[in-house]
Design a protein around this ligand. Structure first.
Ligand code: CTP
Length: 403
């Protein structure tokens, strides 16, 4: 495939505030989520935060200098400059102390001044012990911030520091980043109902074995994240994902091609756009053994009779309602760019889709990786977009075509 770059989605300046709680180590993951999605991340870490996580780690991940001191960069009025440049401010973790400072509008450190000097949306991810989270002071401070338009993500319930369990655990980095990006939009898919299949089906041979494929579901999940961030209502039909399904989507879990077909047909009734990223088995064992297949009973060679599975995508395209848009994917091992395009064009026509996203896969390409390179064909086989890079950015580019 030709080296491809495209108009990237809007690159945001994200100020990530990290404050001094044990969950600060997870803030590295939050920074990474934004960087991977193509945004420019500037970390403001309190002295407390730097006791939990090292400056070199934060600088390596964010690819920018980490700011801590109010009295550094005074000539450039850094506390105002950062706040003014920010498109989005995220504080993760936000300790009880930070939440109280924010509620009171205190400007005693670089993070406080940056927040006050900014009109950007503020998203905070609280993390603290359950008693602190439930203390009336914290409850009142959170109410104040909420009333001021601050978005609060989490906290989750679960394992806290030490052996304690309860509410107060910082949300997962991917959840925080997705919620924060959803605040800034664009919300160009608001009101749209998008159905996305992801992962790979498994066709059982016997109670312990299956025929499967190497699809991780990462690109499908990136599409779900991106569509949710842009305001769509998303249903995810998931087959054996290697990554966690996004919390904001309504989830239908399936195992086999037949189950996936039933789930997709049902959900497609409500969807105005259907995106089939799932790797669906083309063949399944014609008979599934009741018990475990035993070597002794088979001998040296096991011959499997396989039968065709339904082509879910072609079926959905044939049954589409007026206005409903159908997007297929094609993972191909063809190395030659022109041949790849021809295969893609023929597949788009055969399946009757509105768009076909073609990418190259191989032994060491495509599966399970964070990055990909795709071309998007229309139903007539014309290339309407190309995108390369992290799957999150590529997902946005695909949605740009749909939007
Ligand atoms: N697909 C489907 N049902 C199947 C097989 C594939 O819905 N039984 C969908 C996939 O989700 C994908 C698209 O069809 O969106 C293309 O899948 P692919 O495996 O590339 O196409 P096939 O029709 O199986 O063609 P071939 O394997 O011969 O290249």
């Amino acid at each position: 495939m030709a080296a491809a770059t495209t108009d990237a989605p809007r690159r945001l300046t994200v100020v990530l505030g990290i404050t001094g709680g044990i969950a600060a180590y997870k803030a590295v993951g939050v920074a990474r989520e934004f960087v991977v999605a193509g945004h420019d991340v500037h970390i403001v870490a309190t002295e407390g935060a730097l006791r939990f996580v090292g400056r070199p780690t934060l600088e390596a991940i964010s690819r920018n200098a980490v700011h801590t001191d109010l009295y550094e960069g005074v000539a450039e009025v850094r506390h105002v400059a950062l706040g003014q440049r920010a498109d989005l401010i995220v504080i993760a973790p936000a300790t009880a102390h930070t939440i109280a400072s924010l509620a009171a509008g205190l400007a005693g450190d670089l993070l406080g001044t940056t927040v006050l000097a900014s009109s950007a949306p503020l998203v905070i991810a609280p993390a603290m012990h359950t008693e602190m989270w439930e203390h009336p002071a914290t409850v009142a401070n959170i109410a104040t911030l909420r009333a001021r338009g601050v978005t609060i993500v989490g906290p989750d319930s679960g394992r806290l520091t030490g052996t304690d369990v309860g509410a107060g655990r910082m949300s997962e980095p991917s959840v925080i980043a997705a919620a924060a990006l959803a605040v800034v939009g664009p919300h160009d898919l608001a009101g749209r109902r998008i159905l996305i299949s992801a992962g790979g089906t498994r066709e059982p041979l016997d109670p312990v074995r299956f025929l499967g494929n190497r699809s991780s579901g990462r690109l499908g999940v990136a599409l779900v994240d991106a569509a949710l961030a842009r305001g769509a209502a998303v249903t995810l039909v998931a087959a054996h994902l290697e990554v966690a399904p996004p919390a904001g989507a309504s989830l239908v879990e399936v195992g086999t091609a037949a189950q996936l077909e039933t789930a997709m047909r049902e959900a497609a009734r409500e969807a105005d756009t259907v995106i089939m990223t799932a790797a669906v088995a083309d063949f399944r064992p014609a008979a599934v053994a009741e018990g475990k297949i035993k070597k002794d009973a088979v001998g040296d060679t096991l011959r499997l009779d396989l039968e065709r599975t339904p082509d879910v995508l072609a079926g959905l395209a044939a049954a589409r309602r007026p206005g409903q848009r159908i997007v297929g994917f094609a993972a191909e091992t063809e190395a030659d760019a022109d041949a790849l395009l021809r295969i893609g064009a023929a597949k788009a026509a055969r399946k009757g889709v509105d768009l076909l996203v073609v990418n190259r896969v191989g032994w060491n390409e495509g599966f399970g990786s964070g990055a990909t390179e795709v071309m998007v064909l229309d139903g007539a086989g014309n290339v309407v977009a190309r995108a390369a890079g992290e799957k999150a950015a590529v997902a946005h580019r695909i949605l740009d075509v749909l939007a």
